[in-house]
Design a protein around this ligand. Structure first.
Ligand SMILES: [Mn+2]
Length: 303
């Protein structure tokens, strides 16, 4: 019987790439295994598969899972896994998350390590089994590690993740930094969205000292394409009925946000300790909840 290998729902790059790579390894070890995705993979994962010319895994049909041997990668929580999992036999877990709430009737193989990415563990499984990592699998593994570790900027990054990236970069023939940026850029691209859609993508309203303040935030690396339309954004937000609007375009790699705003310069200057100007970069400002809102609230109150 074939083994079904899959990652969590709303599949990110690690979930997709670890399923494909582990299924490949199992096949090389003489087992019959097939990778699945539980849902349509996210944009970044699609970019990666396209880049290394690997087919999208089939979406798992939940009716097929009954009585099936399955391997979970990149997750171990019931809420994140396939519907109907209680009717399947979980035979193995490869993961880097905390142990959740799954229990099994029989002993199973579990490989959980506190590293930055499941694909780091899978790369080490290839080594342990003396199986050569081919070009496209190396590409998937390195992509997932760069994605989960935010090119090593995430505090979850370990030496094992870095070592894997350095070695895999040779096989996949990529410069890991520039490739990682290209991947993030593709994954966070705002192509095809209108000005209005981008402003309202993640927009919340607040009352600050009696003023109606709206704060929108977009996470992207596609900064240039936004800043080149600064005037269009400005005319859109200037026409809203809010007393003040701040659109924060957050660059996760530079760890800060570019600000386009309707409102007084001095409020922006004071709140974010910058020389206010449209498109100004506020270093270190990445969280609306912890930074944008309290800082603006204070500045509005004090001016
Ligand atoms: Mn992961």
């Amino acid at each position: 019987m074939s083994l079904f290998v899959f990652g969590h729902k709303s599949p990110d790059t690690d979930s997709v790439c670890s399923a494909i790579s582990l299924a490949y390894l199992k096949n090389k070890l003489g087992m019959d295994a097939k990778a699945y995705a539980l849902e349509e993979p996210r944009k970044e994962a699609k970019f990666v598969l396209d880049y290394f010319k690997v087919e999208l895994p089939e979406i798992l049909d939940p009716s097929k899972i009954k009585g099936q041997d399955v391997v979970l990668v990149d997750h171990n929580e019931i809420a994140q896994t396939a519907d109907g999992i209680e009717e399947a036999n979980i035979v193995e877990i490869v993961d880097h998350h905390k142990i959740g709430n799954l229990s099994t009737d029989i002993p199973i193989s579990v490989r959980i390590m506190p590293v930055g990415c499941t694909c780091t563990i899978i790369y080490n499984l290839f080594k342990e089994n003396n199986i050569e990592v081919p070009y496209e699998i190396a590409g998937l593994l390195i992509s997932a590690i760069l994605s989960d570790t935010l090119i090593f900027k995430s505090p979850t990054t370990t030496e094992l993740d870095k070592k894997a990236v350095y070695e895999l970069a040779e096989i996949a023939k990529v410069d890991y930094e520039s490739y990682g940026m290209e991947m993030f850029k593709a994954g966070t691209s705002l192509d095809g969205f209108s000005i209005e859609e981008i402003v309202n993508m993640d927009f919340k309203e607040f009352n600050m000292s009696g003023k109606r303040v709206g704060i929108g935030q977009v996470m992207t690396l596609d900064i240039d394409s936004i800043l080149s339309k600064e005037d269009d954004f400005l005319s859109y937000i200037n026409e809203t009925e809010f007393d003040m609007v701040v659109l924060a375009i957050t660059d996760i790699i530079k760890e800060g946000s570019y600000l386009i705003y309707k409102g007084e310069d001095k409020v922006i200057s004071q709140a974010f300790n910058v020389n206010a100007a449209q498109g100004v970069f506020a270093e270190g400002i990445v969280s609306r909840k912890k930074q944008l809102v309290p800082k603006l609230t204070d500045a509005v109150k004090n001016i």
